[in-house]
Design a protein around this ligand. Structure first.
Ligand code: 4NP
Length: 159
């Protein structure tokens, strides 16, 4: 039995491919890769068929993390059944998933798994969209995703 995880952002070329790559990397390091069925997608389909943004690829490469994603749009007809958790990068992605009919109990915000955040941070759990910013934004996104993926793995592999 595997746990299905779908990382979701707006375009599927920046945040969710990084989340997917970091999660796969950490799962492999922990020897639990076989336990998961992992993919990423975008709410929009503008970049379908494209590899990750070059700035996302660059930050991943610096950390020796591989990004296997080729962008695709979310498919409500199959994704909402196949994946146990739909991990939205921000609240607008979360709202869009719910509007598309995703079961609320499967939809969560990626940063809600960051164990270093406190309840004081609850009002802002967004992974900020780095698309229109500079490379520094991608470093920040990467660090947020490293912490959130570690927390997610802790939770999902807890015995
Ligand atoms: P992502 O970033 O949702 O993290 O992949 C974006 C990529 C593309 C666009 C917006 C956000 N876009 O408007 O094309």
């Amino acid at each position: 039995m595997t746990t299905g995880l779908l990382f979701v952002c707006l375009g599927n070329i920046c945040r969710s491919p990084l989340a997917e790559g970091v999660f796969l990397h950490q799962a492999a390091e922990r020897g639990v890769l076989d336990c998961f069925d992992v993919d990423s997608c975008g709410i929009g389909g503008w970049h379908a068929g494209s590899p990750p943004d070059t700035r996302a690829a660059a930050v991943a490469k610096r950390h020796k993390v591989r990004l296997p994603s080729i962008a695709r749009q979310v498919d409500p007809a199959t994704d909402f059944d196949r994946f146990d958790l739909l991990l939205a990068m921000d609240t607008s992605n979360q709202d869009a998933l719910l509007e598309l009919g995703a079961p609320a109990e499967r939809v969560c915000l990626m940063r809600s798994y960051d164990p270093t955040l406190t309840s004081a941070d609850d009002n802002d759990l967004d992974v900020p969209d780095p698309y229109y910013g500079g490379p520094k934004g991608f470093d920040l996104v990467y660090e947020m995703l490293e912490r959130a993926c570690a927390g997610l793995l802790d939770e999902l592999t807890e015995t």
